[in-house]
Write a protein that binds this ligand. Sequence first.
Ligand code: BGC
Length: 758
Amino acid sequence: MAGTILCSCSQSDKVLYRDASAPVEKRVEDLLSRMTLEEKIGQMNQFVGIEHIKANSAVMSEEDLKNNTANAFYPGFSEKDIEHWAEQGLIGSFLHVLTLKEANYLQSLALKSRLQIPVIFGIDAIHGNAYAPDHTVYPTNINLACSFDTLMAKQIARETAEEMRAMNMHWTFNPNVEVARDARWGRVGETYGEDPYLVSRLGVATVEGYQQNLDSDKDVLACIKHFAGGSEPINGTNGAPTDLSERTLREVFFPPFKAGVDAGAFSLMTAHNELNGIPCHENEWLMQEVLRGEWGFRGFVVSDWMDIEHLHDLHGTAENLKEAFYQSIMAGIDMHMHGLYWNELVTELVREGRIPESRIDESVRRILTVKFRLGLFEKPYADESKSMHIRHSQAHRNTALEAARNGIVLLKNDGILPLKAKDLKRILVTGINADDQNILGDWSAPQHPENVVTILEGLRQIAPHVEFDFIDQGWDPCHMDKGQVEKAAQHARLADLNIVVAGEYMMRYRWTERTDGEDTDRSDIALVGLQEELLQKVAASGKPTVLILINGRPLGVEWADEHIPAIVEAWAPGMYGGQAIAEILFGQVNPSAKLAITIPRSVGQIQMIYNHKPSQYFHPYAAGEKSTPLYPFGHGLSYTTYEYSNLVLSSKEIDADETLHVSIDVTNIGEREGTEIVQLYIRDRFSSVTRPVKELKDFARVSLKPGESKTLTFEITPEKLAFYNRKMNRIVEPGEFIVMVGASSSDDKLIKENFYVK
Ligand code: BGC
């Protein structure tokens, strides 16, 4: 198949745009000059693949489509039509293509088109290319964030790029650089947590890992998303309105996007939500003024799923679909994610003179630039014979395991961990996530069982001489069986120790039954179903009980915190999550991760974030309800103890444009080797506008042998001290600042020192 296509290309090899040695800008201009209006608009059209259409048209009715826009097909529009469009050059990009066979096939159709412009395949490769079967599944972003490991983030992104290109995918809809500030929101697990600085650092590392210089057939295009504010929805639900001041946007939500743009991210996805009354998909201020004007973004903007349509059928800011397309393009959208009427109506808008063709050219230029830079014209296919060898390579599997070990947070330990296998004959294992692929997390397809180590399997592997008594609770937290709960309670009395694996259910192939993930928001953050009852009944056995949590959003497990001696927050730790958890429980791995997000006690505490304003808890809650988090941002335990001492500042007084140097000694005073995540926070003591009680400004991972001590140094640059004053100018104000260094955002874990800006 590929051979035929290459032959037909060779006739046109003399034309400039096909000349791989010509500069990209020249190739783009040459190709653009040869394109018809329809072909140009086709480049801005992204469509789902054939198998996606087939699968949905088989099970969905027109009525379903109205109520569930997460799937898509258009009655009467079949895969034959897609093939025809591709051959006409009317589809510039595909998404939701999950096999290499289909990708190569669709590409062969595009290469039959008049100008033989390859399509760019986009995919939600959020934590590895896991949305498609047979790929390495790394821990989800929130788990990765808890490792504070930027090198690991970059490595995972690089390996993901390699696996994607082996499947002929060129563009990942990641990193999600939204700052998560509401635990009800189902997409928290896709994010790097609640701190703008940490999110920025991990986002940048991820963009760099995917794209490198975005100039070879080894790279993939990153997409920073979703712009902007959807991670603080007014009622916690995905796509609900957000009402955020410009100050909050600029201080909390924008920095990771700006950092992503500076790192070279060449695509950006707009957010479902309206922002201060204007839907993001027609928000000129966001896309033109801020993104392109202020930040100099040169890549292209893709809409999110059905969101331009929603300007008309949901938000009601466009009277019809044509108007919605008009508004979104004029506001800055370059590519439309899936939909039937784009090509026809946008062509009409240009022919009617409402959208200038030059505006279309701008978008097409950006899209073609990426296609040339990624080498798609030279290498439009991936080699099926090599693909499986690259995906799942041993090196990638090792990274997935290492990442899981680094991202699992030990929340509580009254001394029962690490477990001693020799003292334990029989362990009860129960709970919905004990033996389930749910550890893979959202945006993962089910994988072959031999490529996943569930928690039960991990325990059996790491402690082969222990008898594990497994009482199955099914996968579904909403439909647990009381009988099985009772059975677990009885078996607990016969065990030396109990392990309850609770949490949420996140696998998207059970879209309507899951409890966490995209479009799966909750009005509560307690354990769903009979899980708490299971935990309480098992613990009532009087035998020590360990709770392991598998989830995306923080869970307010207050009862467990009071009654259960050890709690492990594993999030969705990926394909080797079960092994990593077992290694931590049995002490083969010393846990090191720290929370990248605050865990509130209850849903009523939301918004519960560490970097809040000074007055947030001036008045405590009544009736004895607590105003403190269950576990603060930055918290995480280890099997060793670290001591912090000797916080030294290079000066007590600096100029506003000067950099301050900070050093601290960290000593491992315990008996085990470990890695500590050292955190540096700042508070601006007195300021012309209110400032957060603390803000993370740097961190470091440091490995220490028992008795070993290291001195760490940090820099506090003027940028780290700056904020938006009353006139919204970004400045460093004179006055007192407090530097805090330590093991968590909690005051009792921080050593403090002040300094002055002149
Ligand atoms: C999500 C995006 C995703 C897109 C394509 C949308 O529903 O909001 O994050 O990239 O679907 O799958």
